[in-house]
Design a protein around this ligand. Structure first.
Ligand code: GDP
Ligand code: MN
Length: 391
């Protein structure tokens, strides 16, 4: 789960990482009021969307009067901000107003969970502001990588070494070491999977500030942090995925037009491969899990059809714990109650398969059936193409 920049900064501030003074606004008037409240003579108005690259997309605006703040916010509200990371755009309905910072250096500080080595990787650089991926290509030598064993935690020595490694002044080392250790604490305390402070800046007076912050959490650990779970903003998520997740379905939205409903993640992956091999493009990954009731199958069906790109659907069930008759009942119920008009191909195998096939056949619905996965994939791609040809 991702959160907004201002939320991440609130958390960092709570842990003692310095951040600029700022306030959240839900309207241009409120944004202008925030600038008066904050004081000073320069402000930055920042679109709050779950995406980086806002600066180059016009989502970060430097202003010099409360009139400029009002105008900047007015331009941002209600806009779909299209960034390099979010090509479909993300809706802006809150902006964060901050006092402008006098920047002397932009640095990079990131923490990621390295699942392969079961450690926490700290990535730092004396060159901040741009994407770390870009920097890794352009100047890989400018990146300092430090592995932290979570059972031991970060040592003061490691933090100081990072600070020296990114070329900070001797007078800034203690400050930087404190920022690095506190940020690490945020990361581990809250079960984050990614924390990126980009840029971490050195101001004109030489102090350090987190000017931007991105924080993602491990969904499977959210139950341990209700105060974090509550920060979720569904408007920033893929609406297809949010719908499915609310119903306990393992769903991932994709760009194709063949909807998939499958049991087991492995079979789902294999089915997506077979669809591609047959010349189609899957619209989603969906694993209905084991022992799925007809009602759960109906819900899964609805989740797939929620995607208006879906032009044909493939149901592929290899039932062990599942029951083909339950799946068939769910498919028939969904087909009728959801007034399905697109081609549907069902391939059933395993527990109660004869009963399942009988239910489909006796329903009288134009559901296509197949015996093998290869045949099912070929059939669904063909059916989609035929359906697309106007009669
Ligand atoms: P991102 O583009 O989504 O990563 O948004 P950031 O919050 O990182 O802002 C992008 C860039 O805008 C930063 O790298 C800075 O160069 C610039 N910027 C942001 N806030 C300030 C500020 O207070 N003062 C100045 N001078 N520049 C800022
Ligand atoms: Mn940034």
């Amino acid at each position: 789960m991702d959160i907004h920049e201002y939320q991440a900064k609130e958390i960092l501030a709570r842990y003692g990482v310095p951040v600029p003074k700022g306030g959240l606004a839900y309207s241009p008037e409120q944004a202008s009021y925030r600038s008066t409240e904050i004081g000073g003579s320069g402000w930055v108005v920042k679109a709050q969307v779950h995406s980086g690259g806002r600066g180059e997309a016009g989502g970060v605006k430097l202003c010099h009067s409360d009139g400029e703040v009002l105008a900047a916010a007015d331009e941002l509200f209600g806009k779909r901000l299209v960034t390099r990371q979010a090509p479909a755009g993300k809706l802006v309905y809150r902006v964060y107003v901050e006092e402008a910072t006098d920047i002397s250096r932009e640095l990079y500080l990131g923490f990621v969970l390295d699942r392969a080595s079961e450690t926490i990787l700290i990535i730092a650089s004396g060159e901040g502001g741009m994407d770390i991926e870009e920097l890794a290509v352009r100047a890989p030598e400018a990146i300092v990588r430090t592995v932290v064993e979570p059972a031991v935690g970060i040592t003061e020595f490691q933090a100081r070494e990072i600070a020296f490694g990114i070329g900070l002044e001797p007078g800034q080392i203690s400050d930087a070491s404190r920022v690095i250790r506190r940020a690490y604490q945020v990361f581990t305390d809250l079960d984050a999977t990614m924390l990126e402070i980009n840029p971490l800046v050195a101001t004109g007076e030489g102090s350090l500030l987190a000017l931007d912050a991105k924080l993602s959490f491990d969904d499977n650990a959210l139950f341990r942090h209700p105060e974090v779970a509550e920060l979720r903003d569904r408007s920033q998520e893929d609406s297809r995925e949010a719908h499915a997740e609310d119903r306990g379905l393992a769903y991932v939205g994709l760009d194709g037009d063949i909807g998939c409903m499958i049991n087991g993640a492995g079979l789902a992956m294999a089915t997506m491969d077979m669809i591609k091999l047959a010349g189609g493009e899957p619209a989603n990954f969906l694993d209905i899990g084991g022992g799925a009731s007809p009602d759960r199958v109906l819900k899964a069906f609805r989740a797939v059809l929620n995607d208006t790109n879906v032009a044909a659907m493939l149901v592929n069930i290899f039932a062990g714990i599942n029951r083909c008759d339950w799946v068939a009942e769910g498919v028939v119920a969904a087909y009728t109650s959801l007034s399905v008009t697109i081609p549907v191909v069902v391939r059933l195998a395993g527990t109660n398969v004869e009963e399942g096939q009988r239910i489909i056949a006796e329903s009288g619905l134009p559901i296509l059936t197949a015996d093998s996965l290869a045949e099912a994939a070929r059939l669904v791609v063909e059916a989609k193409q035929n359906a697309a040809v106007p009669a």
